[in-house]
Design a protein around this ligand. Structure first.
Ligand code: SF4
Length: 432
């Protein structure tokens, strides 16, 4: 596993005007109830019966004290609570998380690496996930029943994951199955032994959608293994419905040779997703109309500018970026692939990266003998990751010391069991 065990103690600041709204970094609680910043999929969270304090721990309920404490005091309190909790606690930090939080994390990684990192700490009763909602759900699905997964701020959703909700996907599935003349609750193989359609969900999706895939013969993918997963799917089905990220689906299928004409977009607000029945018959990959608001900001013009200003620059972008951007880059890959790309470069190299600014800044600090910069100099960080402010972390940790579990993420076992099926299929899928 390439998860990084964190020993970072330096504090990095965001460069220039990299934050869309500086208040988001300083006081995210002011945004928790605002339209467009709401709790998204966390609205559906069940309140754990054994943790009644959770009923009060909804977004925006951060006690006033933690909004007002100076940042240094918050860090002191976090360190003290960590020490008090000892082996009972593991803190996970996503690559895109702000450095004020990462400095307290025991592990740094992408969402799936972090869920697996938690498995290496079975003695930890509390898994505090400094990422976004779907990541905490995955950690809960994979952790033991004795462990509690905590998301310090329930408003830390993922705008991409929220673009595909369970009801819309169920409705799309029924429409699609009707076109193919199959029972949506029991899709069976045609005479050639292949299913007419199979669902594939990106890891960045709710537990309910992972369970949907588990129930319908489908599978989960990450940005590291999307091609392997699509190969697995095409061995079993003639088509896939890929959600929620159209760009990862398109970039991956295109690299495998699927023509663009066979990748219609499914817009859940339009009949047949905005397609004709003939489009759907000819389709190989039906792409859900979702995207990442961070990665869709990268453009070919930014790459051209980087190339003209830095001859010889190497450009790598995340596959959640639009297809023309991936095509114009020298390489594309997951957060882990980007880290490896930088690690494999040489002193003096110039590298332009198309991914979240916190990760780029951290790589630039780790490799000071290279010139590393973000393609978009005014890129917004992932605004939902920013909801995890040290105030929230101090609050949940100090309450844990007192035996109070706030903001626990609980995936009901009926959902988790099916989601595990789809995750297990992913783990069993091997590259050709
Ligand atoms: S970077 Fe994009 S996909 Fe990742 S958590 Fe943020 S909004 Fe979601």
């Amino acid at each position: 596993m390439s998860t990084t065990s964190v020993s970072i103690s330096q504090k990095l600041t965001l460069s220039g005007s990299s934050s869309c709204n500086p208040r988001l970094a300083q006081a995210p609680w002011e945004f928790d109830a605002m339209p467009g910043y709401g709790p998204g999929s966390s609205e559906a969270d069940p309140v754990p019966a054994h943790a009644p304090t959770n009923a009060e721990a909804r977004p925006g309920q951060l006690p006033q004290l933690y909004r007002e404490l100076p940042e240094e005091d918050l860090h002191e309190r976090i360190r003290a609570a960590k020490e008090a909790l000892g082996e009972d606690l593991v803190i996970l930090g996503h690559f895109y998380q702000r450095d004020e939080i990462v400095q307290h994390a025991d592990f740094l990684g992408d969402s799936f690496q972090l869920a697996n990192a938690a498995l290496t700490k079975p003695e930890a009763r509390y898994i505090v996930f400094c990422g976004v909602h779907f990541m905490a759900e995955t950690a809960d699905i994979l952790s033991s029943p004795e462990q509690s997964v905590i998301l310090p701020n329930l408003a830390a959703g993922c705008s991409m994951a929220d673009m595909a909700d369970e009801d819309s996907v169920e409705a799309a599935w029924e429409e699609i199955c009707e076109v193919y003349g199959v029972d949506p609750q029991n899709v069976t193989p045609d005479d050639d032994g292949k299913l007419p359609i199979l669902p594939v969900t990106y890891m960045n999706s709710s537990a309910a959608l992972k369970a949907f895939c588990g129930r319908h013969g489908g599978i989960v993918c990450t940005s590291s293994n999307a091609e392997t997963v699509l190969e697995w799917a095409f061995e079993r089905a003639r088509r896939v419905l890929f959600f929620p990220d159209q760009h990862l689906g398109r970039n991956t299928a295109k690299a495998m040779g699927v023509p663009l004409e066979q990748m219609p977009m499914w817009n859940p607000r339009r009949p047949l997703g905005g397609n004709t029945a003939e489009d759907l018959q000819q389709a190989k990959v039906l792409l859900w109309h979702g995207f990442c608001s961070v990665h869709r900001r990268f453009s070919v013009a930014q790459i051209e500018k980087a190339r003209s200003e830095h001859p010889g620059v190497k450009v790598i972008v995340h596959p959640e970026s639009p297809m023309p951007v991936v095509d114009a880059a020298d390489a594309s890959g997951s957060t882990d692939a980007i880290r490896k790309f930088v690690a494999a470069s040489s002193p003096g190299d110039v590298i332009a990266i198309g991914t979240e600014i916190n990760m780029v800044n951290r790589l630039a600090a780790e490799y000071p003998d290279r010139t590393i910069f973000c393609l978009d100099p005014v890129i917004c960080p992932c605004s939902t990751m920013y909801r995890i402010h040290p105030g929230y972390l101090a609050w949940v940790l100090e309450d844990l010391v007192q035996g109070r579990v706030n903001n626990q993420i609980v995936v009901p076992e009926t959902v988790a069991a099916h989601a595990r099926v789809a995750l297990d299929r992913m783990l069993a899928a091997k590259p050709k």
